[in-house]
Design a protein around this ligand. Structure first.
Ligand SMILES: Nc1ncnc2c1ncn2[C@@H]1O[C@H](COP(=O)(O)OP(=O)(O)OP(=O)(O)O)[C@@H](O)[C@H]1O
Ligand SMILES: [Mg+2]
Length: 232
């Protein structure tokens, strides 16, 4: 397996005067094509860790290497280019523009990156993968929560990123929609051979094999291989 993202000695302290960091020192290696699940209680530091790994927030100590390059030492332009092209983000609150259609929402990354070419056939392909092919011309405020989240995932996948970061992507869905969205997300990311880092506080959200990282009060535990079909 190839190491795609590596964090060495990262930590985060939002308040310099405080004694305890929000994220204690940790080092991690994320391999290509794997699914990682970050689990922990509210306030334990899950989003903090995801943001450091996803190039959204600079750690107070340590470095994050993407494809062997120290991400936060790159220029702002290089960092944005990676965030736009190589990383995809999915959030609990979907972050869609309600007045735009599903199609227009999926197309949005091209307005943030001049070099990004998004063809209508690529949109059709990702829409089929997300089972929203028949919804593309609907405005997203008309869609159910599960449908909106599948549009948001399609938008995250449209640039063919090799890392997908998802922060409680099923947190606003009921359990049936949660399962469908989580299954589709995991299957699609796997078939595209991308790496998924997913934050959740739900037990047994992911049924297929994944690697779990538990966080407690900012302390990241050792990686555990979980075979979801056994309910571990
Ligand atoms: N931008 C920030 N500035 C200051 N403190 C922050 C900031 N972001 C998070 N924190 C603090 O860091 C700690 C961890 O927050 P974080 O959002 O990572 O938790 P979480 O595990 O994602 O929680 P939840 O499940 O509720 O989303 C909390 O004590 C929070 O108040
Ligand atoms: Mg959070």
């Amino acid at each position: 397996m190839t190491a795609l993202l590596k964090a060495t000695g990262i930590s985060k302290k939002y308040h310099p005067a405080s004694n305890t960091p929000e994220l204690a020192l940790c080092s991690l290696t994320l391999e290509k094509g794997r699914t990682y699940v970050i689990k922990g209680r509210s306030g334990s530091g899950k989003t903090t860790l995801l943001n450091l790994l996803g190039g959204m927030d600079k750690p107070s100590t340590g470095s994050v290497y993407y494809n062997g390059k120290s991400f936060y030492d790159l220029s702002d332009r290089e960092q944005s280019a990676i965030r736009n092209k190589n990383f995809g983000f999915v959030f609990q609150s979907f972050n869609l523009i309600p007045e735009l259609t599903a199609y227009e929402n999926i197309e949005l990354p091209r307005f943030f990156n001049r070099n990004c070419i998004i063809t209508s056939s690529a949109i059709s392909t990702v829409a089929e993968e997300m089972k929203i092919g028949s919804l593309l011309h609907r405005r997203t405020y008309e869609l159910s929560g599960g449908e909106q989240q599948r549009v948001a995932i399609a938008r995250a996948l449209i640039t063919s990123p090799d890392m997908i970061f998802a922060d409680e992507p099923t947190g606003n869905l009921d359990s049936a929609a949660s399962r469908m969205v989580a299954d589709l997300l995991v299957k699609t990311v796997k078939s595209r051979q991308a790496t998924l880092v997913l934050v959740t506080h739900e037990d047994n959200l992911i049924y297929s094999e994944h690697i779990q990282l538990n966080i407690r009060d900012g302390h990241v535990g050792a990686m555990e291989v979980c075979n979801g079909s056994l309910g571990i």
